[in-house]
Design a binder for this molecule. Sequence first.
Ligand SMILES: [Zn+2]
Length: 352
Amino acid sequence: MAVEQTEKKPMQTKNKILIGVVSALVIVGVALGVYFGTKNNDNKSGIANNDKSLGGSPTTTSAAAPSPSPTGAPTHGNGTMINGVLFPYYTLTGEAPAPVGVPGMVYTTCKTPGTFSISFDDGPSIYTSELLDLLDKEDIKVTFFVNGNNQQCIYDPKVQTVLKRAYNSGHQIASHTWSHPQLTKQTVEGVTLEMTKLEKAFEDVLGVVPRYMRPPYGDGTFGNGNANDQKVQGTLKNLGYVITTWDIATGDADIDDNIIPHKLTDDALMKSEQNQYTSVVNAAAKGATHMALHHDTYERTVKLMAPWAINYVKSLGYKIVPVATCLGDEDPRTWYKKIGPAAATTPAVCQK
Ligand SMILES: [Zn+2]
């Protein structure tokens, strides 16, 4: 673009400008490489960061404007590649079915027989890319309940890259509030802001607004209809959110840590987390459906527990699917209130 704008200048001047532009780009490129190389190694926990795909993009991201699909309707999870940019769902043709999940309703288990949902909360984190590799290898789709500004800022270019990969891979992206507060301690306006602030970020980064959410800590769903729960659930209903919690919690957020040396050995941690799974499954009727909760913010969840859980659930004969799918919302278009292209540019930081 810069070269085209100098088209009318004499040849000599044009070449000088061209050389100048190329030199500037090289300098910027080297500077960014050094910056992200340094950031990737800047790990407070001291754990080696092997998450190479987090090193990605510069301060803004862009998406080409959509154009008619050259290949017709894409399949779920694959989408359509247009000018090198993958558009996963909104290019699906035909009428989207009516959503099955009911806004304001709290779901703790699946509905569709034979399904088992596995979900990951609080991310993306520096471990999420490795988890996505595992999920690709196992060929399963899960739900990510994402925060706006909890452990990482959703607008961080590295976080955007991982989130886009999860979305483009066909995983369900759902809301876990902007800053992970206890919603019962928020006013109606506070709950609303926690949801709408993240809606804006999802729309910027992915072009979608989720219909599904999980309240942090499950808070707002345990009070048997008390006034605070009614406030939370009523506000979420008015915003159009299906509320999903869990019936299996591995406890990783309560007992795991990313500090070395770990407080619990790998064996002790896995034994505890695995027991959470097996005790719930064994106590339930054979074939009962389940919703399992993990956190992709823990290294051992990604490296140890997720592979175990996937094998275990598969060995029981279940199909592992996203939360929405197991409630009957099988068409990915019913996972979102709004679907469109991502913003051409996004902020690179989260505003306070
Ligand atoms: Zn959480």
